[in-house]
Design a protein. Structure first.
Length: 277
C-alpha cells in the first residue's frame, strides 16, 4: 500500500504520558538523527516549548483527529495513508523561499530511513480515554511493508515522577515555568497517578527513563540510549538540546520539589503501593 514508493522506511512511534519529556526525547533521538524525518525544529533552535515542540507528523492534535476513525475502521488502511499524505503535505509547515527548497524536501523523504511520530495515550474526554495506540501504528507499518520501533518513556524514580508532576501542574510558557503550588500540585499528582494506573504498554515496546538520566546528568548514558535507536546521531545537535534543556529545567525543578515535598511524597507513595513503577 506504499503508493509513494520512496523505498522501505521505519516508523518510530513514541507514546508518552504528559510530563514525561517525550518531546525533548523526540529532539534528542529524532531531530538529532540525520536520517529521521518529521516536522519539528532544526538543530539551531533552543529547547523552548514554542520553538521546539518535538519532532512529529505533524503534531499530536492532528494525529488525535484521525486515530479514532482509524481504530473504528481497522479494515481500511487509514493510518498507512495518513503517514504518506502527512509526509507530502508537511512541506506546507516550512517557509519555502525558492524552488530548490521545495524539491529538496521530497528528496529528504526519499533518502530518510525513519519517520517519527509521537502521541499521548488516550483520546477525547468522551471516549477512548485510556487507549494505547501502539497496535494501530504497527498495523500502519504492516500495511506499508515498513519496519517499526515503538517507544515509551516511563517513570522509574521519584525524581522523574516529580519532574512530570511539575510539568502537569503548570505547563511551560516559552523559557519560563509558570508558578504553581498547593491545589495545583495535589491535582497534578493525582492526575499523573491516575494516568499511570490506566496506561497499558505492550511487551514489545521499548521503555526507558531518559528524564532520570537528564536529572542525574548522565549524558553519555542518554547518548548511548538514543544511539541504540538511531545510529546516525549528530552529537553536536544532541549536546545542544541536552545542555539547553537541562539548564532551563533543573533550577525550577529543584525549587518545586523543595516547596511541595509532602504532596509529592504522598502521590509517589501511592504509585509505589499500587506497583505502578
Amino acid at each position: 500500500m506504499d503508493w509513494l514508493n520512496y523505498g522501505k522506511k521505519r516508523i518510530i512511534y513514541q507514546e508518552f504520558l504528559p510530563g514525561t519529556g517525550g518531546d525533548i526525547f523526540a529532539n534528542l533521538c529524532g531531530t538529532s538523527s540525520a536520517g529521521t524525518i518529521g516536522v519539528g525544529p532544526d538543530k539551531n533552535h533552543k529547547q523552548i516549548k514554542l520553538a521546539a515542540p518535538g519532532l512529529n507528523l505533524p503534531h499530536k492534535r492532528i494525529i488525535n483527529g484521525i486515530q479514532h476513525f482509524a481504530d473504528a475502521h481497522q479494515e481500511l488502511p487509514v493510518m498507512a495513508n495518513f503517514v504518506l499524505v502527512q509526509l507530502l503535505s508537511s512541506i506546507g509547515t516550512f517557509a519555502v523561499e525558492k524552488q530548490d527548497q521545495y524539491w529538496d524536501y521530497f528528496e529528504a523523504i526519499k533518502s530518510c530511513h525513519s519517520v517519527w511520530a509521537s502521541q499521548h495515550p488516550g483520546g477525547n474526554d468522551y471516549f477512548n480515554q485510556h487507549k494505547s495506540w501502539f497496535d494501530m501504528w504497527c498495523k500502519a507499518a504492516e500495511d506499508l511493508s515498513w519496519d517499526i520501533v515503538c517507544l515509551a518513556p516511563k517513570f522509574t524514580t521519584y525524581e522523574s515522577f516529580t519532574w512530570a508532576v511539575r510539568i502537569v501542574a503548570s505547563p511551560s510558557q516559552g523559557l519560563n515555568m509558570s508558578p504553581c503550588g498547593g491545589h495545583d500540585v495535589y491535582e497534578a499528582g493525582g492526575k499523573t497517578v491516575y494516568r499511570m494506573q490506566n496506561w497499558k504498554i505492550p511487551n514489545y515496546v521499548k521503555t526507558y527513563d531518559h528524564i532520570d538520566l537528564v536529572i542525574n546528568d548522565r549524558k553519555q548514558d542518554l547518548l548511548d540510549l538514543v544511539s541504540e535507536i538511531n545510529h546516525d546521531i549528530d552529537v553536536d545537535c544532541f549536546n545542544n538540546y541536552y545542555d539547553t534543556y537541562r539548564k532551563i529545567r533543573m533550577r525550577d525543578w529543584h525549587s518545586f520539589v523543595a516547596e511541595n515535598k509532602s504532596t509529592l511524597d504522598h502521590w509517589w507513595s501511592k504509585a509505589l503501593e499500587e506497583n505502578l513503577v
